[in-house]
Design a protein around this ligand. Structure first.
Ligand SMILES: [Zn+2]
Ligand SMILES: [Zn+2]
Length: 266
């Protein structure tokens, strides 16, 4: 099986100290065939992901490791955007000259407030409803390849509000996934929830994977969302099992934003 890690951060992201070279060395050790770095970026000065990513430095590091690991590890240049359905013109302008392979779209904030803070004393239903509504706007409007961690809200809400009931949000989830299929946007299995003691399951949950597949969705990537060297590729095997159980036959990679499917063989 061609092993892919399609969500990883380095010190090009504001919240990671990992060196790209070290991550690549560890990925090779773990038998990963292809890694895509997905650094945080935003054009909104009010968000913490603004102003950290230096594209010149990022691409020079990418080119360096691509040379160094040629024949051993395929390395792609990706990015993870905060709410790219907002400030679309600014995003377009900021990204147009860049040779990006892959764009993840994320909802990390609602009304410029971090999800964790946004919850406040709101009722559980409201918290998840508002989050999924924002994801619907993301998938309807943004120029992205894959929706990152589709039910991320549970990471913050699990402890104080509990998990959401899939059936309570069936309608909006179906709307999100129909829109994704219509616009050729994929989803990811983000394994960071598995190792999080409070969450204990990936983003998104298996029911969402199955729903996406049943609506004709095919484009699926797998990533750990690791911010550290030692967690590169963590729980990828678990994600592959989930993908297979949900009926997927391919795992996807991207080159200059063109998708490619690799047979899922486990
Ligand atoms: Zn994210
Ligand atoms: Zn991430």
């Amino acid at each position: 099986m061609y092993l892919t890690e399609y969500h990883h951060h380095t010190d090009n992201s504001f919240d990671s100290k990992a060196r790209m070279e070290d991550v690549c060395a560890e990925a090779v050790k773990r038998g990963i065939d292809e890694i895509c770095f997905t650094e945080h970026f935003s054009v909104n000065p009010n968000l913490p992901t603004y102003g950290h990513l230096d594209f010149e430095q990022y691409f020079s590091q990418i080119h360096h490791v691509q040379d160094k690991y040629r024949g051993r590890l395929v390395i792609k240049a990706g990015i993870e955007l905060c709410e790219p359905h907002l400030m679309k013109d600014e995003y377009k302008q900021a990204l147009q000259e860049l040779e990006l392979d892959f764009i993840l779209g994320s909802v990390h904030n609602i009304n410029e407030i971090k999800l964790r803070k946004y919850m406040g004393d709101k009722k559980p239903f409201e918290v998840y409803h508002d989050y999924f509504t924002e994801v619907y706007k993301l998938v309807s409007e943004a120029d992205i390849d894959v929706i990152a961690h589709l039910d991320l809200m549970k990471r913050y809400a699990m402890e104080s509000k509990g998990n959401y009931q899939f059936d309570d949000f069936n309608e909006i989830l179906e709307a999100i996934l129909r829109k994704a299929v219509e616009r050729g946007i994929g989803i990811e299995i983000n394994t960071s929830g598995i190792s999080n003691m409070k969450v204990n399951e990936p983003f998104p949950t298996q029911s969402i994977l199955k729903l996406y597949k049943s609506l004709g969705g095919e484009i699926l990537t797998i990533g750990s969302d690791s911010h550290r060297v030692e967690t590169v590729g963590s729980n990828l095997d678990e994600a592959l099992k989930m993908a297979k159980a949900a009926g997927f036959r391919y795992i996807h990679t991207f080159k200059k934003r063109k998708v490619h499917g690799w047979p899922l063989q486990i």
